[in-house]
Design a protein around this ligand. Structure first.
Ligand code: PEP
Ligand code: MN
Length: 349
């Protein structure tokens, strides 16, 4: 439930509504706006009777949030959220492109990849230090050493770091280095991890689970917001399909659909969405056309030798060509691609 106060409602009236909500056994979340204050009610998992509050002094309207998710919904907050992960790198404005290898493999590999994606115009570096692999016998990532290499790559290139945390304990370590913490598809419903990330407060990239509905994804995001962290970006990365021609079924419908349902930014991952290198560029262009706020793309200096996801990783020159195309697609739609940090033209005026 959302209580919209009248324009010019006094602080005493706002406080009285908050107290009434507390007395009902729920938690009030006041949200001052430019025009008027709204007070959200959280802590209920079913409809609340708001008739009493609707009659209180200073209340303009009581809106019932009809969806099971609340704080992530557009009913709760109409204007789009922005999430900043580095200087000039903000999701929810111009297109943000995150690029880099699936996994951090060595100093040389991550530095070469970071320099290449930055030269092509990426605005953030991805790379897993902790890898959620389907098989326990596959490369599991370099762990803490991988995090150190990511910190080095940021020092060298200035690119903010996006990397995955797999559990509560790892989240603390990842938070020390990452500018944005990724929750992988396999962990989308790891509610303990989601709560921990909600408390840590760092930006989160929440990937859609491989058999998750959009409501499931939004409810997972709600866990993070419910702990007080509003810096969440959602990611469509494909769901399980029946056709083995692609690794997943890249659900681009999800992009405009989620943007209508939620104020959170939405990015697309055409690498995991397709699993096939030749399909990454066409689907990246399509995702921009569909209104994605950004992309996350796997790029490897030598994909044929990659320790994970080589078959879907772009060669650096392919990524560079794709970036040029994305700028054109974005421009055709009245948008722009965020430049790499430190490369934006300086306004001397
Ligand atoms: C990844 O980004 O490398 C990854 C493991 O993605 P997902 O969780 O979407 O499978
Ligand atoms: Mn991968």
């Amino acid at each position: 439930m959302l209580v919209v106060m009248q324009h010019g409602a006094t602080q005493a009236q706002i406080d009285a509504v908050c107290s009434a909500i507390t007395e009902m056994g729920y938690t009030p979340v006041p949200m001052p706006g430019e025009q008027r204050t709204a007070i959200g009610l959280v802590g209920n998992d079913r409809e609340v009777d708001g008739t009493g509050i609707g009659g209180m002094a200073g209340v303009a309207q009581v809106i019932y949030v009809t969806k099971p998710f609340k704080q992530v919904s557009r009913e709760w907050k109409a204007e789009s959220t922005t999430v900043t992960i580095g200087p000039g790198v903000t999701f929810g404005r111009d297109l943000v492109v995150i690029a880099g290898p699936c996994s951090v493999e060595s100093e040389q590999q991550i530095l070469t990849a970071a320099r290449a994606v930055r030269a092509a115009g990426a605005s953030a570096l991805r790379g897993g230090a902790y890898k959620p692999r389907s098989s326990p016998y596959s490369f599991q990532g370099l762990g803490a050493d991988g995090l150190k290499l990511l910190a080095l790559a940021r020092r060298e290139t200035g690119l903010p770091i996006v990397t995955e945390a797999m559990d509560d304990e790892g989240a603390q370590r990842v938070a020390e280095v990452a500018d944005m913490i990724q929750v992988g598809a396999r962990n989308m419903q790891n509610y303990s991890l989601l709560r921990t990330l909600g408390r840590l407060g760092k930006p989160v990239l929440l990937k859609r689970g491989m058999a998750a509905t959009i409501t499931d994804l939004l409810l997972s995001a709600e866990y993070i917001l419910a702990e007080g962290n509003p810096h969440v970006v959602l990611c469509e990365r494909g769901v399980r399909g029946f056709d083995a021609a692609t690794r997943n079924l890249f659900d681009l419908t999800a992009v405009p659909l989620i943007k209508g349902m939620s104020h959170l930014p939405v990015v697309a991952d055409p690498s995991h969405g397709t699993g096939v290198r030749s399909l990454v560029a066409p689907m990246a262009r399509a995702a921009v056309a569909a209104g994605a706020d950004g992309l996350i793309i796997e790029v490897h200096p030598t994909p044929e030798r990659a320790l994970s996801d080589g078959a879907q990783s772009l060669f650096p020159e392919q990524f560079s060509a794709l970036m040029a195309e994305l700028r054109k697609v974005a421009e055709a739609l009245g948008r722009a691609v965020t430049p790499s940090p430190g490369t934006a033209p300086v306004d001397l005026g």
